[in-house]
Design a protein around this ligand. Structure first.
Ligand SMILES: O=C[C@H](O)COP(=O)(O)O
Length: 354
């Protein structure tokens, strides 16, 4: 599905200052040994290397065939499904990004983030000693302060969208200011949106410069780069935009805003995950992946967990490298877990929030 003129199977050694093919240094230009305030390693910025993707072509039908098997094969056996669903829950970026958001809604979401499962379900699963919580709460910049306050002491980070989300079409200085505002308010993660026009017109240096500037504005906060894949037209563009975002220091690459006509799909996700794997092979960096937008069912969560496990291995099933961005996924996961422990389904209204 991905073809390159050079042999992609030759897995290069992790970076120690030199690029894979010896054609030039892959050394970082900033922050090589940086850690975020939570102690996690940061992906350093490296110069743009278009030769890493110039000759990459992504075969759409092969990609679709590969992803079709993810949902038909029984990769996750029934007995393990409950454990996988709990795992998925810990990787959710519990999100509210609506025009009618209020601080009250954000506080209710934070309560749900702290205790995403009812106590009786937690007890029946034998998880009382270490009850699960979600990966992060994701909100608009003006809601960050309320979210930080409501999550105080929980260890759950607040993620903020920024940079003129969802279109990203406000002037760059304002977009950078928006990042700094969200960080000042206490956001530990910033979900930026890229300028899709840079991808559609092949302006890779402009895209690199933009994301690198955003990363600098993030300071110690992690940068998650939303590609808006539904706007990018081809899987080749998705691969290239993923590569450039990672070169510019993105700690995570994320599919969608949830506001495009087409949001997270498995073929797009496979393409991004392959880019992430190729980038890791060339540089030694572990980049996170966040599918987002339109993911609503436990079945969706299992499909994406299977993708991560099969393509990248168990290390990418942890919230520091995998998140699912969703405003309405938690309810179905809770419903399925309730069914697992009680043998019956409650009505959806019982799991109305998130
Ligand atoms: O970043 C997360 C997305 O905005 C969530 O999209 P969703 O509302 O379709 O779940």
């Amino acid at each position: 599905m991905l073809t390159k003129s050079h042999a992609s199977k030759q897995a290069p050694k992790p970076r120690e200052g030199a690029g894979k093919d010896g054609a030039g240094p892959a050394a970082p230009v900033a922050g090589s040994h940086e850690a975020a305030h939570d102690g996690h390693h940061r992906n350093p910025v490296m110069p743009l290397r278009t030769d890493w993707f110039d000759d990459v072509h992504v075969n759409l039908s092969a990609t679709e065939r590969r992803t079709a098997t993810l949902t038909t094969r029984r990769s996750v056996k029934k007995a393990y499904q409950a454990a996988w669903l709990v795992k998925a829950l810990t990787c959710i970026d519990l999100t509210t990004l609506a025009g009618d958001d209020t601080e009250g809604r954000v506080r209710r979401l934070a309560l749900k983030a702290r205790r995403p499962l009812r106590d009786d379900i937690v007890a029946a699963l034998g998880l009382e000693d270490d009850p699960p919580k979600v990966g992060a709460v994701c909100v608009y910049p003006t809601m960050v302060a309320a979210a930080v306050k409501a999550l105080d002491g929980s260890g759950i980070p607040v993620a903020s969208v920024a940079t003129g989300f969802p279109s990203g079409l406000t002037p760059l200085p304002q977009r950078l200011d928006e990042i700094r505002y969200a960080v000042d308010m206490g956001a530990a993660e910033i979900d930026i949106v890229i300028t899709r026009a840079h991808v559609l017109t092949g302006q890779w240096q402009a895209l690199h410069d933009e994301v690198a500037a955003m990363r600098e504005a993030c300071g110690a906060a992690h940068l998650k780069a939303i590609l808006g894949t539904g706007d990018l037209r081809t899987l080749g563009n998705v691969y290239k935009a993923s590569m450039v975002a990672m070169m510019a220091g993105a700690d995570f690459i994320k599919t969608s805003t949830g506001k495009e006509e087409v949001n997270a799909t498995l073929p797009v996700s496979l393409t991004m995950v392959r880019a992430l794997r190729d980038y890791g092979e060339r540089t030694g960096e572990r980049i996170g992946f966040k599918p987002a937008g339109g993911l609503k069912t436990a079945k969706d969560a299992l499909a994406w967990l299977t993708l991560m496990k099969e393509e990248l291995g168990d290390r990418w099933l942890q919230p520091d490298l995998f998140r699912i961005g969703a405003s309405s996924l938690l309810g179905d996961i809770e419903r399925q877990l309730e069914h697992y422990v009680t043998g019956r389904y409650a009505s959806a209204a019982h799991h109305a929030l998130a």
